[in-house]
Design a protein around this ligand. Structure first.
Ligand code: NAD
Ligand code: ZN
Length: 247
């Protein structure tokens, strides 16, 4: 049996399947992963820009970088990988997507249950008051200011060194404690707690199905590793699952 067929069997007989996604699933929508080469920004490390310290030191620089990323995200469209996950949810198999991505593409693809561990680049919030807003385009003025109190606005994302929002974290742990299978797609497994979630499923006897173009830190605990691009593997996987469950 090929890894893809094995993955399809696990998914077809699962009772509570969840997915964990990383930047790799959005790579085929044209959104660079942090480990890729980003031209203009390749001389900066994300670890040096996506931090509260960097923002305090130079909000304009951090905002320039986010404006560039926002321009890419607002132009991007869900790819067949995102669409396949939405389809698995509609089939009643996938219970929820836990994502480290900040691009909102799962929701645009039609996924209804999405836990955003790292927030969203499509929102801003005030550093001083409770003001929050949805954006429909990148801000024109950099750095943008709070219309309520005049303080700086920041992207509503989780930076290195910041805690994951508590409700998202609790939901992710709760889902993984109930899951008998987890699909892990396009994540290097280097950032916590993403790295821990598949381990929770595995330690309770569940299956870990990994899809990635290369081996990751999750691969050693994977029940099945399917090598390939998420946008190519996921639609094929859903087709096989459909044949198995007769939908
Ligand atoms: P990551 O740690 O999740 O690593 C990317 C992984 O995707 C790698 O393992 C790589 O082998 C794999 N990959 C690349 N292309 C793929 C494809 N077509 N199909 C399947 N797998 C593929 O992500 P990162 O880039 O190191 O970023 C770390 C954090 O930065 C994320 O958790 C996120 O918060 C943020 N980030 C978000 C986005 C986004 O929202 N799209 C993009 C970049 C970074
Ligand atoms: Zn404010």
């Amino acid at each position: 049996m090929s890894p893809l067929e094995e993955a399809a069997r696990i998914i077809a007989r699962s009772r509570f399947l969840v997915a964990l996604t990383g930047a790799g699933i959005s790579a085929d929508s044209g959104i660079p992963t942090f480990r890729g080469r980003d031209g203009l920004w390749s001389r900066y490390r994300p670890e040096d820009l996506a931090t509260p310290e960097a923002f305090a030191r130079n909000p304009r620089l951090v905002w320039e970088w986010y404006r560039w990323r926002m321009e890419i995200v607002f132009r991007a469209r869900p790819n067949p990988g995102h669409l396949a996950l939405a389809e698995l949810e509609r089939m009643g198999l996938l219970k929820c997507v836990i994502t480290q991505n900040v691009d909102g593409l799962h929701q645009l693809a039609g996924s209804r249950c999405v836990v955003e561990l790292h927030g969203s680049i499509r929102r801003v919030r005030c550093v001083s008051c409770s003001y929050r807003a949805e954006l429909s385009e990148p801000p024109r003025e950099i750095p943008p200011r709070c219309p309520r109190c005049g303080s700086l606005l920041r992207p509503d994302v989780v930076w290195f060194g910041e805690p994951i929002p508590r409700d998202a974290l609790e939901k992710a742990f709760d889902l993984c404690e109930r899951a008998d299978a987890i699909l892990v797609i396009g994540t290097s497994g280097k950032v916590m707690p993403a790295a821990m979630l598949p381990q929770i499923v595995r330690s309770r006897g569940g299956a870990v199905v990994e899809i990635n173009i290369e081996e990751s830190d999750i691969t050693p605990i994977a029940t099945v590793f399917v090598r390939g691009r998420a946008s190519e593997v996921l639609p094929k996987l859903v087709e096989l699952v459909r044949e198995l469950v007769g939908q």
